[in-house]
Design a protein around this ligand. Structure first.
Ligand SMILES: [Zn+2]
Length: 300
């Protein structure tokens, strides 16, 4: 069982000092993929005149824009960082950056044809254009803080996490979430990449994870161990189903997700597809064509 953390204290639009160098303002966009809403992080000292970086301004939402502008008043925004280009993370980056006169930094948006499936609410911000393209490993700094970009593809092909070195903390976007597992929806989502990214985060041994949605993860090692085990367990179940003769996603999902609301089965189907693609790539399963939602799979 993953030790999810769901309860936490917040109010929409309120600036909360959540660690010595981190403040958070939450946008009122709750939903099945955003939990209580998008949490925008402000990194830097809370004093007037200090320089700060802002991570994931969020969706286009005027009350949230006003709350962010109020939250950084008296300070200089030196960087606007974006973890990935799903619409609950990136669209407000440009309007906010223009108001504060800061550049937007992010990984290159995915090619148009690899955008996530429209069956999920996590749609792509198709007009996003960063000023600086990150590829991972870049370091930026301000008054009393240093951050490094950590490429973490998987949930999205252009997912970037940010390490706050002074607190040995990671702003992990949607790569790891304290309240839920993360959606891996092909074609832009990729389970093999996701597991490699997860292993890299585990190996780094961070003290705290700050997901864009929900509460921080503070008991990091056991949480990530359970998070990883959950994926491997699901992968093993899928492998077992195919070997038992359930050779299509339409056959696998009703068995593995029998206890889950049927409205979530389309999302579950994409998650099963993500696992199947990984298993085919690893030569552990076969497929009749390019792996897709309607393909027929077989034991290798
Ligand atoms: Zn996302």
């Amino acid at each position: 069982m993953i030790p999810f953390v769901r309860a936490f204290d917040f109010a929409y639009g309120r600036r909360d000092q959540v660690s010595p160098l981190i403040q958070r303002v939450i946008c009122e966009n709750p939903g099945p993929f955003t939990f209580t809403g998008t949490g925008t992080y402000i990194v830097g000292r809370p004093e007037d005149g200090a320089s700060v970086a802002v991570i994931d301004p969020g969706p286009i939402d005027d009350p949230h824009l006003q709350a962010l502008l109020a939250a950084v008043e008296g300070r200089t925004v030196s960087h606007v960082l974006v973890t990935h280009t799903h619409r609950d993370h990136s669209p407000l980056a440009r309007p906010f950056a223009d108001r504060v006169g800061a550049p937007v930094l992010a990984m290159r948006p995915p090619a148009r044809e690899t955008h996530a499936s429209g069956t999920l609410d996590e749609e792509e911000d198709e007009v996003f254009a960063p000023d600086t393209i990150l590829s991972g490993g870049e370091r930026i700094a301000g008054d009393g803080w240093t951050m490094a970009a950590l490429a973490t593809p998987g949930h999205a092909s252009n997912h970037m996490a940010f390490v706050l070195e002074e607190e040995h903390a990671l702003f992990c976007g949607d790569h790891v979430m304290g309240w839920s597992t993360t959606v891996i929806a092909p074609p832009d989502g990729n389970m093999s990449a996701y597991m490699r990214s997860l292993d890299a985060v585990i190996a780094a041994g961070f003290s705290t994870l700050w997901p864009t949605h929900g509460a921080p993860v503070t008991d990091v090692a056991p949480f990530l161990a359970a998070y990883r085990a959950h994926r491997l367990e699901r992968e093993a179940q899928i492998l077992t189903r195919v070997r038992a003769g359930d050779r299509t996603i339409a056959g696998i999902v009703p068995v593995l997700y029998a206890a889950v609301d049927q409205r979530l089965w389309p999302a579950a189907s994409l998650s099963v597809l993500a696992h199947l693609i990984k298993l085919v790539d690893e030569g552990r399963l076969t497929v009749d064509e390019a792996p897709g939602l309607g393909s027929t799979y077989g034991a290798a």
